[in-house]
Design a binder for this molecule. Structure first.
Ligand code: GDP
Length: 359
């Protein structure tokens, strides 16, 4: 148990087979509000969305009792780019960049090649995950409504045939394939220990059913697994990963990155991998997206910030970024730490280049 130490937001990535609903689910999560006027909504980062714990608590108030634990993490940071290369194949010391993951499976279609591939990556990186069994609304006869699944999953709300159909699909299409890949799995309401059994949360990205359940299970899982590892190293240099290299009007080539550790400071040096080695570049600006109501001109999308603490998404403006590619590891360090950072980056690149076997 960590007392008196700041926990950082765990980073969550979304994986799954194409068309099973990763993008729709992310959109639905981003749009989830308690009421329109309530403060403390979801903040946009570059390449990620932050859902504060207070928001999760309000959306999921009926369900918090299920966790039997108090949520002390500040929130969760969900990566907006589903299944991004950087969060699946790339490794940092001790595992993948994402702390936890959501595996999206169409409950009607079941496991597909990319689902199996995703599970194997999660297994290899020892990334804890939950399953979002999506497209619940397409189960024949299912009466899908916005809000908690637990309140909608009973004989009063569903026809017996729909309930039977649901149980068959849940078992055949989700539980059984997970068992075959070496995981215990069950409907989240039947899971006793979330560290031993993979929780399956039925959802519909279209109706919004199950989103509160998904968020609360995600926060609970993050907390349980990561309490020990989520200390925010406020003094340390920022460590991160390149999501995208983008041309921006007036800024030239910029990097969209996720910072998973430490603090990024404007004026420090960006040390980042490229296909032939390491690039060092002095940072001109660290940028965050402006809230919509502060955006006077559509071109005026970003605001400069002096520093950014993990976990966070941000845009970096610096010279000489032409050779940088998505998925590269990065550091943001003061001048006297450049050589050390270069060495770390080289080591990380070598580590990712050679296939390793954990078993
Ligand atoms: P991705 O490739 O995994 O990102 O999948 P998308 O989010 O693009 O979804 C693929 C298709 O499935 C789209 O036509 C979505 O509208 C549809 N879809 C996604 N989620 C649901 C759902 O919960 N219910 C239904 N009925 N359709 C869905």
């Amino acid at each position: 148990m960590v007392i008196g130490m700041a926990l950082r937001c765990p980073i969550v990535s979304v994986l799954g087979h194409v068309d099973h609903g990763k993008t729709s689910l992310l959109d639905r999560i981003r749009k989830t509000r308690v009421t329109k006027r309530e403060a403390g909504g979801i903040t946009q980062h570059i390449g990620a969305s932050e859902i504060p714990t207070d928001t999760i608590k309000r959306i999921s108030k009926d369900l918090l009792g299920m966790l039997k634990a108090d949520l002390t993490i500040p929130g969760i940071l969900v990566i907006d780019t589903p299944g991004h290369e950087a969060f699946t194949s790339l490794r940092k010391r001790g595992g993948a960049l994402a702390d936890i993951a959501i595996l999206v499976v169409d409950i009607n279609e079941g496991f597909k090649p990319q689902t199996v591939e995703a599970v194997n990556i999660l297994k290899q990186n020892r990334t804890p995950f939950i399953v979002a069994a999506n497209k619940l609304d397409l189960i024949p006869g299912w009466n899908s409504v916005e809000g908690p699944f637990v309140l909608n999953f009973n004989e009063k709300k569903q026809h017996p045939n729909a309930l039977t159909e649901f149980e068959i699909k849940l078992y055949e299409n989700v539980i059984k394939p997970l068992n075959e890949l070496g995981f215990e799995a069950d409907l989240f309401t039947r899971v006793k220990d979330i560290t031993k059994t993979v929780s399956i949360v039925p959802v519909s990205a279209v109706t919004g059913e199950g989103i509160p359940d998904l968020l609360v299970m995600l926060a609970g899982l993050a907390q349980k697994f990561l309490e020990q590892n989520l200390k925010l190293d406020v003094e340390g240099p920022a460590k991160g990963t390149v999501l995208e290299v983008k041309e921006e009007r007036g800024l030239g080539k910029t990097i969209d990155a996720i910072i998973y550790d430490g603090v990024a400071k404007q004026g420090h040096y960006l040390v980042v991998g490229n296909p032939t080695g390491v690039v060092v570049s002095r940072i001109k600006a660290l940028l965050k997206p402006k809230p919509l109501d502060e955006m006077r001109d559509p071109r005026d999308k970003f605001k400069p910030v002096k520093e950014v603490a993990a976990a966070s998404g941000l845009k970096i403006s610096a010279p000489d970024l032409d050779t940088v590619i998505a998925g590269s590891p990065l550091r943001i360090v003061p001048k006297n730490k450049i050589e050390e950072a270069k060495k770390e980056i080289m080591e990380e690149i070598e580590e990712t280049a050679i296939p390793t076997d954990d078993e």
